[in-house]
Design a protein around this ligand. Structure first.
Ligand SMILES: [Zn+2]
Length: 467
C-alpha cells in the first residue's frame, strides 16, 4: 500500500518546507520536491493520493503523560485505553506514553502486567509505558534494570501523596542511583506532600471545603521547594531528572538554574497551566471541582513565564496529564471536602490545537510547536527517529493539519469519555484533518476509520536529550 501526501508544507522541529511525502506500508519512504519527476512517478504508482494543499504535514503528536483507567480515590479515570487513544487520534496524537503503577506491596512487573492487560488489543494508536514506583525496596530497584531491557525506560516517583505514592528523600535517592547505573530517567511529581497535608487538614478544620482551597493549600512555593530538592538529589546521584507537569515560576526558576550549570534536568508543562487559572478553580458553586488537578491551576500571571520557558527550551515539551473524571459521578465525591475531589483534567484530545494557539498568538514558532508536541517527546523517551519526525525510515505517523479550520471545544463534540470540557466554549484555530498511524488513515472527515487494537506497544530506548 503506497500513499502519496501531496501539496502540503512539511513541518519538522527544524521548521517548515514544501515537500511531497511518500508512504510505503507503515513507514515514510521518501520526501520529494512537488514538481520533481520523482514525485510525479510516485503519484502514478500510489494506491492513494491525499491532497494536503494549504495544510501542514506534521509528525504525529506524542503525549508523554496520560492516565487511562487509572485508580484514584476509590474510582478510575473514565477514559479506557480504547476511548482515550481514539480521542487522542482525533486531536492528532498518534502515540501516548501512559503510567503503569506499582501498588505498595507488589512488584513492578505485577503493575506492568496489569497495564499491559488494560492496553493490549484496545489502542487506536501506538503506546508505551512509564513505571510509577511507589514502593522502593531491594526487589523493585533490581526490577528497574529488567524493565529498562523490556522497553520501560523511565520511572516516576512522588514527593506528594503521602501514604499512596509518596517516597521519602532516601528512597528517591536510591531510585535515582539505580537510574544513574542503568541509564533510565527519573520523572518526579515535585510538590511537598508532607507540608501540603498539614495545610489541607488546617483548611478543612477551619471549614474551608470549597474546590478553590485545593489550590490555596498547594502553594507554588512548595512546588518550587520540592523541585529544588529533586534537582539536588539527582545531582548527588548523577541521574537525569524530568519534572512532570510543572506549573509555577518558582519551580521553573529551579529548572533554569540547574540547566544553566549543565545538569541533565528537564521539565514538561501542560496546556491547563498555559490556558486555565485559579479563577477556574474558584468558579461558582461546585464547578471549580472540574478544575481540580495537582499541581493546582495557578494565577493567570504565571502563563507568560511558562510560554517563555517553552521558547527558551527550559520547558522541553508539553504533555497533558490527561486524567479525566466525570463531574456528576466522580468530582461530586468531594462536595463539602475538596480533598476528596479526584485529581485530574481531561485533555488528551486538545493538546495539539491548544499549543497551536501559541503559534497563532506569536508565543512560539511553527517548528517549536512540532518540537514540543512530538520531536522532543520522541527524543526524551527513546522513540526517535521512528517517531517525532517526517523523514525517510520513520513510522508513517502523520497529521495533516489545517491551520485555517476553526472549531469550538465542547463536551458536546469531544471524543473523550467524560461529561465536561475544561475548555467549554473556547474557539481554537487549526485542526487535524487527516491522521495516519503507521501508514493507515485512522481519522478523516471528522470520523474515526481505524480499528481498535491496531496500536502497538512500543519498547522504548534511553533518553536522547542527555548532555
Ligand atoms: Zn500525572
Amino acid at each position: 500500500m503506497k500513499t502519496l501526501i501531496t501539496g502540503g508544507t512539511v513541518v519538522n522541529a527544524s521548521g517548515p518546507f514544501v515537500a511531497d511525502v511518500l508512504v510505503d506500508g507503515e513507514t515514510i519512504a521518501a520526501l520529494g520536491a512537488p514538481d520533481s519527476s520523482a514525485a510525479a512517478a510516485w503519484r502514478d504508482g500510489a494506491d492513494r493520493v491525499i491532497d494536503a494543499g494549504g495544510k501542514y504535514v506534521v509528525p504525529g503528536a506524542i503525549d508523554a503523560h496520560t492516565h487511562m483507567e487509572m485508580p484514584f480515590g476509590g474510582t478510575y479515570s473514565v477514559d479506557t485505553f480504547e476511548t482515550g487513544t481514539r480521542a487522542a487520534a482525533f486531536g492528532g496524537t498518534t502515540t501516548i506514553i501512559d503510567f503503569a503503577i506499582q501498588s505498595r506491596g507488589t512488584s513492578l512487573h505485577q503493575g506492568l502486567e496489569t497495564w499491559h492487560g488494560k492496553a493490549e488489543g484496545n489502542c487506536a494508536i501506538d503506546y508505551g509505558f512509564h513505571m510509577i514506583v511507589s514502593d522502593v525496596n531491594e526487589q523493585s530497584l533490581k526490577e528497574m534494570d529488567q524493565l529498562v531491557d523490556e522497553g520501560v525506560t523511565s520511572f516516576k516517583l512522588f514527593m506528594a501523596y503521602p501514604g499512596v505514592f509518596y517516597s521519602t528523600d532516601g528512597e528517591i535517592l536510591q531510585a535515582m542511583q539505580q537510574a544513574a547505573s542503568n541509564g533510565s530517567t527519573i520523572m518526579m511529581h515535585a510538590e511537598n506532600g508532607i507540608a501540603i497535608d498539614v495545610l489541607v487538614a488546617q483548611a478543612l478544620a477551619r471549614g474551608e471545603s470549597d474546590p478553590r482551597f485545593h489550590g490555596l493549600t498547594r502553594p507554588a512555593l512548595l512546588e518550587g521547594e520540592a523541585t529544588h530538592r529533586a534537582i539536588v538529589l539527582a545531582r548527588v546521584a548523577g541521574a537525569p531528572l524530568y519534572i512532570v507537569h510543572l506549573s509555577a515560576s518558582e519551580a521553573l526558576d529551579e529548572v533554569v538554574a540547574a540547566r544553566d550549570i549543565g545538569q541533565n534536568v528537564f521539565a514538561e508543562t501542560c496546556p491547563q497551566y498555559l490556558f486555565l487559572s485559579d479563577r477556574d478553580l474558584a468558579r461558582e458553586g461546585f464547578d471549580g471541582a472540574k478544575y481540580v488537578c495537582s499541581p493546582p491551576l495557578r494565577p493567570e500571571s504565571y502563563h507568560a513565564a511558562l510560554w517563555q520557558g517553552l521558547r527558551t527550551d527550559d520547558l522541553s515539551l508539553v504533555s497533558t496529564d490527561h486524567c479525566p473524571f466525570c463531574f456528576k459521578e466522580h468530582k461530586e465525591m468531594g462536595r463539602g471536602d475538596f480533598s476528596k475531589i479526584p485529581n485530574g483534567l481531561p485533555g488528551v484530545e486538545h493538546r495539539l490545537d491548544l499549543i497551536f494557539q501559541g503559534v497563532d498568538q506569536g508565543e512560539i514558532s511553527l517548528g517549536r510547536w512540532v518540537e514540543v508536541t512530538s520531536t522532543t517527546p520522541a527524543l526524551m523517551f527513546g522513540l526517535f527517529p521512528k517517531k517525532g519526525v517526517i523523514a525517510p525510515g520513520a513510522d508513517a505517523d502523520i497529521v495533516i493539519y489545517d491551520p485555517h479550520a476553526s472549531h469550538v471545544l465542547s463536551a458536546q463534540t469531544h471524543h473523550m469519555n467524560v461529561d465536561y470540557s475544561a475548555y467549554e466554549g473556547l474557539e481554537v484555530r487549526g485542526r487535524a484533518s487527516v491522521v495516519l498511524s503507521r501508514g493507515t488513515v485512522i481519522i478523516e472527515n471528522d470520523g474515526y476509520v481505524g480499528v481498535a487494537g491496531s496500536g502497538r506497544f512500543l519498547e522504548r530506548g534511553l533518553n536522547g536529550c542527555l548532555r
